[in-house]
Design a protein around this ligand. Structure first.
Ligand SMILES: [Zn+2]
Length: 252
């Protein structure tokens, strides 16, 4: 194979790997933000569950006050009942007593309902708190993973840059300039495999004589359509086939 072409294939593999690493590094702040949002949402569930329980307690206290008021009235009516002199007065007081008793019964029923609801609300709060604790643990784990990945990606980038410098050193300046010119216009992908007479990235069919020349891998040939530098992978040439796969995964 033409040595410049061989270096270009290697260069493309390094650049594509660098782009992937850079893209993943650039995604880190968004991943962090998503984790933050996740914790905030679960935290809001806990706050809401607490709030519901507090509301329930306030409502119960208000009812207890109302019950005390009605019981105060009831005692007074009972005292009055002892002192009345006529049947009409007695009947009137009995009516008041029955009314206060009815009020107390209604309030106590309501309080019982609230107490039962409080059991459910307490269970819901415990569940929300457990979910929050589990999420805090999971998020911390993911944060550590993101940090570890970041360190790894930075190291990989350093390594790739070092390798790139070595590959570029052996490359003729005109060929490197061509590679960089095409890469700038083609989303960082300047090299494409030609297979079955077609450029595998832009999918345009090559002229037969162009494809025949490309098959020899002994010169720098470009796709008529996308201008990418073409190479050919003879069957059973594993390393070059790898480069072809990398190149194919990128967007045209
Ligand atoms: Zn093409």
């Amino acid at each position: 194979m033409n040595s410049d072409l061989e270096r270009l294939i290697a260069l493309q593999r390094l650049d594509s790997a660098s782009h992937d690493a850079e893209r993943r590094l650039a995604e880190e702040p968004d991943r962090e933000k998503a984790l933050e949002a996740r914790l905030e949402a679960v935290g809001q569930h806990v706050a809401a569950a607490k709030e519901h329980l507090v509301e329930n307690q306030h409502a119960r206290r208000a009812i207890e006050k109302d019950v005390a008021v009605q019981q105060g009235r009831l005692s007074k009516f009972r005292e009055t009942a002892m002192a009345v002199k006529t049947n009409v007065e007695y009947a009137a007081v009995q009516k008041e007593i029955a009314f206060a008793q009815g009020e107390i019964k209604t309030l106590e029923d309501k309080e019982l309902e609230l107490m039962l609801a409080a059991d459910d609300l307490t269970a819901a709060l415990k569940k929300a708190e457990a979910a929050l604790a589990a999420d805090v643990k999971a998020v911390n784990g993911e944060r550590q993973q993101i940090a570890a990945e970041g360190t790894e990606l930075q190291a990989a980038l350093e390594r790739l840059r070092g390798e790139r410098t070595r590959v570029v050193t052996g490359l003729s300046p005109q060929v490197l300039a061509l590679f960089e010119q095409v890469a700038r216009k083609r989303n960082g992908v300047a090299v494409a495999e030609a297979r079955d007479g077609v450029c595998t990235i832009c999918h345009v069919r090559l002229r037969p004589q162009v494809f025949n020349t490309v098959r020899r891998n002994d010169a720098i040939n470009q796709c008529d359509h996308c201008n990418r530098i073409l190479f050919f992978v003879p069957v059973s040439t594993a390393p070059a086939a790898d480069a072809g796969t990398d190149v194919n995964q990128s967007t045209p």
